[in-house]
Design a protein around this ligand. Sequence first.
Ligand SMILES: Nc1ncnc2c1ncn2[C@@H]1O[C@H](COP(=O)(O)OP(=O)(O)OP(=O)(O)O)[C@@H](O)[C@H]1O
Length: 260
Amino acid sequence: MISLNRVTRIFNSRDGDQVTALQDVSLEIGRNEFITLVGPSGCGKSTLLRIVAGLILPTAGRASIGGAAITEPRSETGIVFQAPTLLPWASVLDNVLFPLRMMHRIDSTSTDKAMALLKLVGLSGFESKSPRELSGGMQQRVAICRALVHDPDILLMDEPFGALDALTREEMTMELLRIWSERPKTVLFVTHSITEAVVLADRVVVMSPRPGRIQEIIEIGLPRPRSFETEATPEFHEASQHIRQLIFGTRHVGPGRAAA
Ligand SMILES: Nc1ncnc2c1ncn2[C@@H]1O[C@H](COP(=O)(O)OP(=O)(O)OP(=O)(O)O)[C@@H](O)[C@H]1O
């Protein structure tokens, strides 16, 4: 579905230096696969997502969807950023309907579709509220509904739960799994949370520090549907520990142990 073939992206910084954000990244993502991307800050995760979104182009290499090069944003791709970025003057319902309006795809079923999505994320009854009347977590749920309303086949999520409190974040993780199982799509999800990465993914892509390259791809064979109990299994701990070691190395800090 999504194919990255030796993708490199170089930015020209303001002081004239060149920053290689991604170098030779190759990745094949199958239809309806759930891929999470983890790695240290600045390793190019958002850059990779923006290339797949068609918001920026690779400097070298090829990024394609279904065989066609990605040269611009595509309507069948939904995007959720870290901040909900809702329209402050529009109601919750109008915010969710916004992509359909922009694409001139509003029809007699649109409101029902938006209401069903809001119900799915537990926001029935909030349709006519304004975004400022909602908590951060509720706003992010609205942003997720907005990204799903036109039933995109690809969903790109850049630390979508990063600004949420820990409890809401756990709840949203499970909610996303539920939405994905009810409406399967290809998901590319950037996170700083190893727990989140493992519990969500079919495969976790671990990236190395700048210039960002793929360090390792880890298959997560945990059975679905997954739940909070999944996080208590030995398989979950093993995968998480492996990723932690890839990112941090085998450092031990504490009494009687040398920091390495
Ligand atoms: N528009 C830009 N102009 C110049 N440099 C950029 C630009 N966008 C990203 N970079 C640089 O590219 C590198 C990768 O950035 P990117 O945002 O993709 O990393 P990231 O892994 O998503 O980081 P984080 O986890 O902190 O969000 C960084 O060094 C960043 O400073």
